[in-house]
Write a protein that binds this ligand. Structure first.
Ligand code: BGC
Length: 349
């Protein structure tokens, strides 16, 4: 038996830290000991009963999709070694499969029948031990240590920025300014990746104190609070990482002619401040693109691993602002004002 953090999806307040059987061998030939699991907004939504699906035939789901673990048994079919630090891939292709899943682009799944660890129909990584198929695990640079837990959010931003570049290639494109809305882990990782390019990077967030302003400034980027509409420039690119209706609406209005708004946040609600056809007319007349981006495929996981390993470790380590023990998972899920990334640590590194 082992301990895991589980939840009954769509049932608010049902999360608990409980005993459950060891991972089923059918979940994969690689056996991993959990080191840490990052907490993100999606986990909070699942625990609040707003999202998430248990595996077929089960009522509870093991939570967690931002993993970091140590290989206990690599099994017969992998080149991994005992002790390797690894991260599990989140999404699995749909079984049909749709054309995107058939070519390995499960992040672009077109029929919605994909599954996701810790989110949709497959157990996640918040258990003392977990198993994975060898094709769905990535070895991380051992010198990253605990920072390997940032790989999953890095994959999300790697895909999103790839989308932006691909959209940009539709015409002659010379972007100079980029705005990231939201200085959470995704926004800050976006700013990190954008700051290595020849761009003026701006980050906007509500926080006026805490670690976020300095994290942004230490990248050589400019930190803003207040409204997107009040900025004194029109960004060529906006990477929207809040999912907040008003910020999304303002971003679409503010982006420069020929600009791109990439939406990465998953929110709900918000009031339309402009009529839809007016928004569309402005987009038409300015050749603007609004592109949504979710998840990541193996190409993004590979690139994210390389980029994370090349990034400044000291700066990355400042993103992990709180570590909690599995039995205190409820505290990990409660957002505190100075949190950037909170992790649940299962074992020492
Ligand atoms: C995860 C993605 C996932 C998405 C939608 C995000 O929190 O990082 O891997 O595709 O939620 O379920």
């Amino acid at each position: 038996m082992m301990k895991a953090i589980t939840v009954e999806p769509k049932t608010p307040g049902s999360a608990r830290h409980e005993e459950m059987p060891e991972p089923d061998e059918r979940e994969g030939s690689v056996l991993v000991e959990a080191v840490a699991v990052g907490v993100c907004g999606t986990d909070v939504e699942i625990v609040e009963g707003k999202y998430g699906w248990a595996p077929p035939g089960a009522s509870r789901l093991v939570l967690g999709h931002e993993s970091l673990g140590r290989v206990i048994d690599p099994g017969p079919r992998s080149s991994l070694k005992q002790g390797d630090l690894v991260v599990g891939i989140v999404r699995r292709p749909d079984p049909v499969p749709c054309p995107s899943c058939a070519v390995g682009e499960w992040d672009m799944c077109s029929n919605g029948q994909y599954t996701e660890r810790g989110i949709k129909e497959i157990h996640g990584f918040m258990s003392e031990r977990w198993r994975t198929e060898p094709e769905y695990v990535i070895k991380v640079d051992p010198s990253l240590g605990i920072l390997g837990v940032l790989l999953e959010p890095m994959t999300v931003i790697t895909k999103a920025l790839e989308q932006v570049v691909m959209v940009g290639q539709r015409a002659f494109w010379e972007p100079k300014t980029v705005l990231v809305t939201g200085a959470g882990p995704i926004g800050l990782l976006a700013a990190l990746r954008l700051s290595v390019r020849d761009l003026h990077v701006h980050v906007l967030d509500r926080a006026e104190t805490g670690p976020k302003p300095d994290l942004v400034r230490d990248l050589g980027a400019t930190y803003h609070t207040g409204s997107v509409l009040d900025l004194d420039f029109a960004p060529d690119i906006i990477v929207e990482c809040t999912g907040v209706g008003a910020v999304i609406g303002d971003s679409i209005q503010k982006v420069k002619s020929g600009g791109i708004v990439c939406l990465t946040g998953v929110g709900a609600g918000g009031v339309a401040s402009r009529a839809v056809a007016d928004v569309a007319a402005a987009a038409v007349l300015k050749n603007n693109v609004i592109v949504g981006s979710v998840n990541a495929n193996k190409r993004h996981w590979y690139r994210a691993g390389q980029n994370l390993a090349r990034s400044d470790r000291k700066w990355l380590s400042r993103l992990i602002t709180r570590r909690e023990k599995p039995e205190n998972f409820k505290k990990a899920l409660e957002r505190q004002p100075d949190d950037v990334k909170v992790i649940i640590q299962f074992s020492e590194i």
